[in-house]
Every structure is written in C-alpha cells, then in structure tokens.
Design a protein around this ligand. Structure first.
Ligand code: FAD
Ligand code: SIN
Length: 540
C-alpha cells in the first residue's frame, strides 16, 4: 500500500499541468502521477493543429472566440464556463511558454496563427504540425525537475476506492460518495496494489478506441469515465462523439489513424469527392471551414452517395515549400506511403476523435464524488456543449488544470484537520483475487473488442437512428454479460480491464444517444432530424 497527498491519474496536458502547479504550491507535500503506459503516450502527444487562444488584440477579441465556441456547441455550452476558459486562456498559455513550450513565430517575432473549422479569426498557436509532442516534451521535462513529484509509469488504475469498499451501500442516491484513492494493477509486478490519497485527479483522456477508426492512440479507452460510473458518480452528454473529418485513409492499416490536421484546410486545402467536385459549398456557406460536425456529416453523405470509402483533400495548389514549412510531419507521412501532396490528392475519411461529454464537473473541476476532480478530455465541464470547437481542448485542459489546482489546495488545507482517520489504510481491504485464474484464451477478449468496435461504428457513428441504437444496446448487453463473467473468473490484465471499460463507455454513449430525442451538434438521429426546444444535458 502507498499513501500520497495528491494523486494524479494521467500524464497528458491535464494531469501534468495540475501536478506542476500543486507541486510548486506545496513543496513539502507528495504528488504522485501514475500512467498506464509510457510517460508521453497520450492523446496530447498527437495534437497537431494547436491551441486556440485570443492573442492578437488588433484583429481578435474574447467576444469573437466566445461566440465561435457557442456557435459550434449548438446551444448546449455553459456560457459562464465558455467565458472563463476563453478569458483565462492567455494566462495559461503564457505559463506553458514559461515552462519551455515553443510556438512558431514569424520573422518579426510575432506568433504565427493558424485557423480551423468554426473559427472566425486566425488564432491558433502551434508548433509546426506537432504541437502536442512539443507540449508533452516541455511538461515532462518540467515535471522531472520537481523533487516532490513521483512519476510511476505502466501502472493501470482499476477502480476508485470509496466507502463502498468499507462495506457501506453506495448508489446514485448516496449524497456524499467520497474518494479515498485507487486500486491499481502494477504492470511490472502484475500485482493489484492500493494507493490512498487525500485528493485525486482523474486526467485519463478520451475514448476513441471504442470505434473501429479513430485518431486516438491505444490508451484512449475511457477508463476514467467507466470508473466514475461504477463508483456511482455522474457522467454526462456521452452521445457527443466528435468525428474528425480528415483522418488519412489507409486501407488495411489497423489501430490509430494518422490525422491530417484541420489547419490544412485553414491554409486553403479543399475537400473533393470522387468526381473531383469541391462539394462543401453544397452543405454550408463556410465550406471547408464549417464546424466539424457539419464537415464530417457532409463527407459521410458524399461517401455514401458516390459509393466510396474516402474523399480527397486537395493541397496541390499549396507549393511544396509552404506546405512543408507548416506541415512537415504530414508531408513526411504522405511521402512514406507514396503520396506527393503537390502531385496527388490525399485520401481522407472521418474517424472518432474526441469525446465532448464525460465526467460531470462544476466550474472548479470537482466531480460529483468528494475529493475527486476530473480534468481534460475525460471531463465534461460545459465548455464544448454538443460539439467542440477545434483546438479548444488543449486550452480547456490547461484552464481547468489551474482551476482544479486552486480548489484542491483549499480543500486540502481544510481536509487535513477535518478527517484525521483518513489515510488509515488498514481500513480498506486489499484486492480480493480469490477464485480467479489466467484466462484460457486471449481471443475471448480480442474478439469481443472487435465486435464492440464494429457495433459502435456501424450503429452509433456519425448518423444514428432508433433501430440502430436498439440493436447496438442488445449487442452491448451480451458483450457486457460475457465480459463480466471473464472479469469474475480471470486474473486481471490491461486488455480485459480496457475491454470492460470500453463496453461501459459504449453503453453510456448508446444510452445518452437513446435519451436524446433530437438532432443537435454531433448527435444526428434521422428519426428526429430537428433540434428539440428542450435544451438539456443528459446526465447518467
Ligand atoms: P491525454 O493526453 O489523453 O492523457 C491521458 C492519460 O491518462 C495518459 O497518460 C494515459 O496513459 C492515462 N490513463 C488513461 N487511463 C488510465 C488508467 N486506467 N490508469 C492509468 N493511467 C491511465 N486538441 C486541441 O486542442 N488541439 C489540437 O490540435 C488537437 N489535435 C489532436 C490530434 C489528435 C490526433 C488527437 C487524438 C487529439 C487532438 N486534440 C487536439 C485533442 C487533445 O489532444 C486531447 O483532448 C487532449 O490532449 C487530452 O489531454 P488529457 O490530458 O485530457 O488526456
Ligand atoms: C486538428 O489539428 O485538426 C485537430 C484539432 C483538434 O482536435 O482540436
């Protein structure tokens, strides 16, 4: 058993930013960061386009960024949260620059600004087309300098410890569910261990792996959301899965799809269908730079209409130098598979990209479980509403990491004296693995995962209807039953734990989609093509 003052689960931008702030506020307290993979294997590392932030007073304003965010969110954003994130954003970006993150600059020293769908101005700060890699680098280097941060890799969080583990009945109606720490599967020793913490932050990222085609790396399995749901915490708006319009189409390639950043369209890239027609003007007056929900649906419709598995992104008019200057990584990737962007168009199709819903939090990042905060992609703060504005996610993670930190240090100071029995680890039982054995066949897990991804992609994708959702739910029920049986009888493995979490997340997406009897933002149901006059979050 371990004890720590502050426990941080996840080493993406949300977890690392929060850890750095707490560590500098309390130099004599222990901060423990854990991640189930290598230090930098996160959604953050793959971010391309950049950070949307108001940084050009002559042409841009908070009001414009707020309006763009609200329009993309299609009536469901929390306006107070939008204002907070947009207005606090510039200070947070200055901090990450102070920690060593570099953004591209013009010859005169001013920042280069990119543009993406739904933005009325050029405001996206970026590092070439590998912004996330640069941010992860800077944050990990800064964390390594802190003496009071311990960083444990390859350690899989299984469940949140609450009073349920002390034998109390906990359900959705229990008023004061409390988090005391977590059970983890140590992937080096293969043992389940207990970590007790006074304050815990979940920064576990997204859930793109629930779908067959996704831009997300393999860690994005929705673990944090599934854990909170099991612990009887609140989760909301899970139906709003954002499909990025332009993942590179590579037939036969399995796993994470390579992203072609929206900034390419911001710089003038044009979507064309199989006949070479620039089709976006038929769908929206903002053409290729309409918000993502609109562009992804338009591509889906063109692919179905013309019977193809992809459309084309045309950059042939860019000029090689200009393209390589901003997008060297995309250029190299395309060249590696024989696509010279000056001669050829790039084949692209939509892929699951971002979860707009998640663990419900208030404006300080508090979840519905006491002493448990959630931040970054796993959280639902109210910023994104029914559709996230491009490049608002890194910004949200930084602003909310700061807010979680501000609140957590206040709570910590109170809690230390208020609950002296907390931290008495002996009270919490060790993990009970009795009656379990090594699973006889891995295929039981890998096949169920494939089935889950097929069900979610075919029935709960960009376009939905009631019959598809009902089918999906029936199939998920069966997968759930079979996986629970495995879970009860098998020694735990990360594959089994992730499958279990992904089935839970799939269930929450379908449940949210079934409750939402309208089409809004990213949720489009052909049985209810219009928006309802009842504007509501779906809380599960
Ligand atoms: P992540 O960075 O995903 O980190 C999650 C962490 O949690 C990882 O360390 C993981 O190992 C850990 N973890 C998860 N489960 C467990 C568990 N059970 N136990 C232990 N550890 C666990 N957004 C923008 O704003 N601008 C962009 O340009 C942009 N481009 C993108 C491009 C791509 C290809 C992708 C995939 C996303 C992009 N996004 C972008 C979205 C953005 O990158 C993410 O939303 C954001 O980085 C999420 O950060 P995070 O800290 O919440 O989670
Ligand atoms: C991109 O670069 O297109 C992704 C940006 C984002 O997801 O916000």
């Amino acid at each position: 058993m371990r004890q720590t003052d502050f426990l941080v689960i996840g080493s993406g931008i949300a977890g690392l930013t929060y850890a750095l702030k707490v560590a500098s506020h309390f130099p004599d307290k222990k901060i423990l960061i854990i991640t189930k993979a290598a230090a930098d294997e996160t959604n953050t590392k793959y971010a391309q386009g950049g950070i949307a932030v108001v940084n050009d007073p002559e042409n841009d304003s908070f009001e414009k960024h707020i309006e763009d965010t609200l329009i993309a969110g299609d009536g469901l954003c929390n306006e107070k949260v939008v204002e907070v994130v947009v207005k606090e954003g510039p200070d947070r970006v200055r901090e990450i620059i102070d920690w060593g993150a570099r953004f591209d600059k013009e010859a005169d020293g001013d920042y280069k600004r990119g543009k993406e769908g739904g933005h009325s101005e050029f405001r996206i700060l970026h590092h070439k087309d590998v912004t996330g890699k640069e941010l992860e680098r800077a944050l990990i280097e800064e964390v390594a300098k802190q003496k009071n941060i311990e960083f444990v890799k390859h350690c899989f969080v299984v469940d949140i410890i609450t009073q349920h583990h002390l034998g109390y009945l906990v359900n959705k109606a229990t008023p004061d569910v409390e988090c005391y720490g977590v059970y983890v599967l140590n992937l080096e020793s293969n043992m389940i261990e207990k970590i007790l913490a006074k304050i815990t932050l979940l920064a576990t990222g997204g859930n793109g792996q629930v779908y067959r085609a996704t831009t997300n790396p393999s860690i994005a399995t929705g673990d944090g959301v599934a854990m909170v749901y099991r612990a009887k915490g609140r989760v909301e708006n899970m139906e709003f899965i954002q499909f990025h319009p332009t993942a590179l189409y590579e037939p036969g390639v399995k796993g994470q799809a390579f992203l072609i950043t929206e900034a390419v369209r911001g710089d003038g890239g044009i979507l064309r269908n199989r006949n070479g027609e620039a089709f976006m003007e038929r769908y929206d007056e903002r053409k290729d730079l309409a918000p993502r929900d609109i562009v992804a649906r338009a591509i889906d419709s063109e692919m179905k209409r013309t019977g193809t598995e992809h459309v084309w992104l045309d950059c042939r008019h860019f000029g090689k130098e200009r393209f390589i200057e901003h997008f060297p990584n995309i250029h190299d990737k395309c060249m590696s598979i024989g696509i010279d962007i000056i001669k050829h168009m790039i084949p692209v199709s939509p892929a699951a990209h971002y979860s707009c819903g998640g663990i419900k939090t208030d404006e300080w990042g508090r979840s519905s479980i006491r002493n448990l905060y959630a931040c970054g992609e796993c959280a639902s703060t109210g910023l994104h509403g029914a559709n996230r504005l491009a490049s608002n996610s890194l910004l949200e993670a930084m602003v909310f990491a700061h807010r979680c930190y501000m609140d957590a240090v206040k709570i910590f100071e109170k809690e230390e004296t208020r609950t002296p029995q907390r931290g008495a680890g002996g009270l919490f039982p060790d993990w009970n693995a009795q009656g379990t054995a090594e699973p006889r066949e891995m295929i039981l897990i890998t096949q169920s995962l494939k089935e889950l991804q097929l069900v979610m992609s075919d029935y709960v994708g960009i376009v939905r209807n009631d019959i598809r959702l009902q089918r999906a739910m029936r199939r998920l029920d069966l997968l759930w039953e079979e996986t629970e049986q495995l879970y009860e009888t098998s020694t735990l493995s990360p594959q089994l734990l992730e499958l279990r979490n992904m089935i839970t997340v799939g269930y929450l997406i379908v449940k949210g989609a079934s409750f939402r009897k309208e089409s809004r933002g990213l949720h489009f149901n052909t049985d209810y093509p219009d928006k309802s006059s009842l504007v509501q979050n779906i809380v599960l």
